[in-house]
Design a protein around this ligand. Structure first.
Ligand SMILES: [Zn+2]
Length: 573
């Protein structure tokens, strides 16, 4: 995927953007010395440990270890894949994308996005102008929706009739084909017709605010009550969430997000000033959904009907959530009375009552132990032992960390069993977050890390060179880094990291660029030290090869010399 983007283009792109701007547009930064700081958008914290360096063009969080370049930030924060992040950055600095990049995601989807946007405009115009929109307007007014909410969520109206949209937008065969690909029209026996008819229309936006699909709701008793766009090249139900873009736009800070079932629930709660609400699109909550939600808010509250089906759906959501609950993330469950939905609840009881309900949502641990506890007799020793056996597999799905330790402790308390659960001390956690300790780094890794963090080291004269004979991926990368920097001495850390096409190399370099090297002395000396140790490795490697030749007469003069050198090195002193 990334392979088709020429590294020179990435280099050029990253030399033109400023990571400080890119981050600051999404997470307001404060200046702190030569760097910028903020509370980390990727984990929950009260004191800022998220740092952006304008010199390195790199961000790094000392709390959770998140790090990367402007591209990496867009991928994490806006949930973009690599080519999308490249496109987004290029557009932001007005850099023309070479066509091979624009099309490298397979077919070019830009016409589809454009068409969806035009359709959203059309539907929203019809709600205001169409002679038969009165019923839709009345329906929305009855639900208490103001013009402001209708506008914020771009709610519209698909008029009755078979070809309103088709006539409006399908002015060529090409367009008609695109309308069908976008899921806006269907065809039967070669006849095309509008997919959405006589419905209130809810546009579904992706993280970047582009319309990717629609949900249509009937006003009367027609079926189906809700109709969604089908899966298209730009719309995947299991990944998108209705209202997430709107919630992020309305609220700068999202401490929690509530997941509900329907569009009407989202807009009804928004009308009551509860804006941190999203809806799944007629599917169960998937891992993709939860991952996306946790990137926007540390706490996710999933709302369910209190009936049997609701409880079962909630249990599925719990199982999906467990592996994603790394420290700093929290999941809770809100059960509504039988047959009620958030829309009806908030209209009946008002905002404060609903907020109080959200506050009292059941923590994941209570739901888990409560449900499992129902299956055993907790008054007996056997029953309590059985609870441990039942709960263990679930707890083991949690990522290692404080939360998992706490769950183990709670299980120990409940069952009365003594568990060898060692709570992770904050100090231990911190060091593991920071990755391998600098002292234990291999010379090659340290050399690369030094060069990434201090690119000016490459401009020194008389750097040792024989280590270049070592045939390892690491030395190959170090060699290339030096070459790149000798040709382009102004390249920043970020440009260097993103230079490689291979995802795993980029990931690895990203880590080295962010690692705390704990440099006490002069980095030039340290760099030389690393290279000298590599020289020694190279000599030992060559010596090994020489030794593998049985008789000295098989050796070249050079190999003999090496061997002698090696033996003299081994002598003490
Ligand atoms: Zn962080």
């Amino acid at each position: 995927m990334a392979g088709k983007i020429p590294p020179e283009f990435i280099d050029n792109l990253l030399s033109r953007v400023d990571v400080v701007d890119i981050v600051n547009q999404r997470v307001p930064l404060r200046r702190a010395g030569s760097e910028y700081k903020a509370c980390c958008p990727f984990h929950d914290e009260k004191t800022p440990s998220f740092t952006v360096s304008p010199n390195k063009q790199f961000y790094h969080c000392f709390g959770c270890g998140a790090h990367g370049t402007a591209l990496g930030f867009l991928m994490e924060y806006d949930r973009l894949n690599f080519p999308e992040a490249v496109e987004e950055l290029a557009t932001s600095v007005g850099l023309e994308l070479p066509t091979e990049i624009a099309f490298q995601q397979g077919p070019d989807n830009r016409p589809l996005y454009e068409l969806m946007n035009q359709a959203a405009d059309y539907f929203s115009r019809q709600l205001r102008q169409h002679p038969q929109a009165a019923m839709a307007t009345e329906y929305l007014q009855q639900r208490g929706l103001s013009g402001e909410i209708t506008r914020d969520y771009r709610i519209g109206f698909a008029p009755p009739g078979w070809n309103n949209l088709l006539q409006q937008l399908g002015d060529s065969n090409e367009k008609i084909r695109q309308l069908e690909t976008a899921g806006l029209i269907s065809s039967k026996n070669d006849k095309q017709y509008d997919r959405f008819r006589d419905r209130i229309m809810f546009p579904i936006h992706d993280a970047r605010g582009r319309v990717v699909g629609f949900g249509g709701r009937v006003m009367g008793d027609d079926t189906p009550k809700y109709l969604n766009s089908p899966e298209t090249p730009i719309f995947h139900k299991g990944r998108e969430l209705y209202g997430l873009y709107e919630a992020r736009k309305a609220l700068k800070d999202l401490p929690s997000l509530l997941v509900v079932e329907g569009y009407m629930d989202v807009v009804a709660l928004a009308q009551y000033g509860i804006r941190n609400v999203v809806a799944t699109l007629g599917t169960a909550t998937t891992a993709d959904h939860l991952e996306k939600l946790f990137r926007s808010a540390p706490e996710v509250i999933v709302c369910f009907d209190g009936d049997r089906a609701g409880k079962e759906a909630a249990w599925k959501a719990l199982e999906t959530a467990l592996p994603l609950l790394r420290d700093g993330r929290q999941a809770r469950f809100l059960f509504l009375p039988d047959g009620e939905d958030p829309d009806s609840q908030v209209r009946k009881h008002g905002k404060d009552a609903f907020l109080a309900k959200m506050d009292q949502a059941q923590p994941l641990s209570d739901f888990l132990f409560g449900k499992l506890g129902e299956q055993v007799d907790m008054s007996t020793l056997d029953g309590r032992a059985r609870l441990v056996a039942l709960a263990k597999p679930y707890i083991e799905k949690l990522p290692k960390g404080v939360f998992r330790d706490m769950m183990n402790q709670q299980l120990a308390r409940l069952s009365g069993a003594r568990m060898p659960a060692k709570p992770a001390t904050p100090a231990r956690r911190r060091s593991s977050f920071r990755g391998s300790r600098p002292a234990l780094m291999k010379p090659i890794h340290r050399a690369i890390a030094l060069l990434l963090q201090y690119p000016e080291l490459a401009s020194q004269k008389n750097l040792p060179r024989t280590w270049m004979q070592l045939e390892t991926t690491g030395t190959d990368i170090l060699k290339q880094l030096l070459e790149i920097l000798q040709q382009n001495p102004t390249y920043t850390t970020a440009v260097l990291v993103e230079h490689w096409e291979d995802d795993s190399i980029r990931h690895h370099l990203g880590k080295l660029a962010a690692i705390d090297l704990a440099i006490t002395g002069d980095q030039t000396e340290q760099f030389h030290g690393c290279l000298q140790r590599l020289e020694k490795e190279a000599r030992q490697e060559a010596g090994k090869q020489a030794r593998n030749k049985l008789r000295p007469s098989d050796m070249t003069e050079e190999e003999k010399k090496l061997l002698r050198q090696l033996y003299s090195e081994k002598k003490p002193g």
